[in-house]
Design a protein around this ligand. Sequence first.
Ligand SMILES: *Cc1c(COP(=O)(O)O)cnc(C)c1O
Length: 354
Amino acid sequence: MIAAFDIPVSKVERSKLNDTPLENIPFGRYFTDHMLEADYENGEWKNVEIKPYQPLLLDPSLAALHYGQAIFEGIKAYRDEQGNAYVFRPEDNFRRFNKSAERMNMPPVPEEIFMEGLRKLIALDKNWIPAMKEHSLYIRPLMFSTDTMLGVRPSETYKFLIILSPTGPYYAAPMKIVVEEAYTRAAPGGVGFSKNAGNYGGSMLAATVAKQQGYDQVLWTDAFEHKWLQEVGMMNVFFVINGVAVTPSLEEGTILAGVTRDSVMTVLKEMGITVEERRISIDELLEAYGKGALQEAFGTGTAAVIALIQELKYKEYAMKFDVSKASIALEVKERLAAIREARTPDTHNWMWKV
Ligand SMILES: *Cc1c(COP(=O)(O)O)cnc(C)c1O
């Protein structure tokens, strides 16, 4: 067992912080002074250390580059007025990380390394958490295979890293979405529920084609009939039909179990709104829209938290939503912001103190 104080730390000689203005900083472009790194070899994790953020030296035959054993997480940290650092539900991300690892035939990362490494790293780079409203520190844990040989088999060695990136408000403009009927993101038995790099690689072309047609993203549908709804881009999706919030269920393994999705469902129930996790088809949406019963549509994820949908295009139909009237989505967004900013009691213990 590795306790936090056992993780060796080598600090930068000079912090980059004074040269990095944190206000309105774009997402994922700047990184803090330090990173955590660990190696898996001979069946165990070793060389766990926190050190200056720096490039890696990689062999061209590195297994991850060829065969794609690569997973990651996305988490956010905040700072309160007293200067204390808090992370939003990191244990959920830790558990999901190891589920992704299992599916990709990679070794689990022990809790002591993931959670205590995270705690120690954030404590060290705490001053990088922007104090401005809606700013945060984005946390990116990742793991990839590091065997240097071209034989196709699960790698025997892996690298685990945590890097930190200060980020400004994520302006989530209301999205125009096209229902995807050609490409598939995930199928039952596949890897859709895991947060692996290949899911992103496989989705880029569909998003590019959507952009060429004037849309921001696609609404993914099932692989067989292209009618059962899955996710919107790389976010989970919710619809409000006749006052009931509906989101696709997880059981087929084609949907990423978002921490935001879970938080949104919890908050919706607290607002007295019925939440249904079930299969939902594009035909049901069209029918509800036709009757005036489809009130709101939105995506959820750590980066944007909630992103409203203003238009949903399917074949010759364009369903339009007045986002200024998306009162349920906007209320959920505000309630989550109030928890993050400690304006309301954190009754679920979602804010993990560093
Ligand atoms: C990360 C991710 C989400 C959102 O998950 P959160 O835990 O809410 O950030 C949704 N869908 C996909 C495909 C993702 O990769």
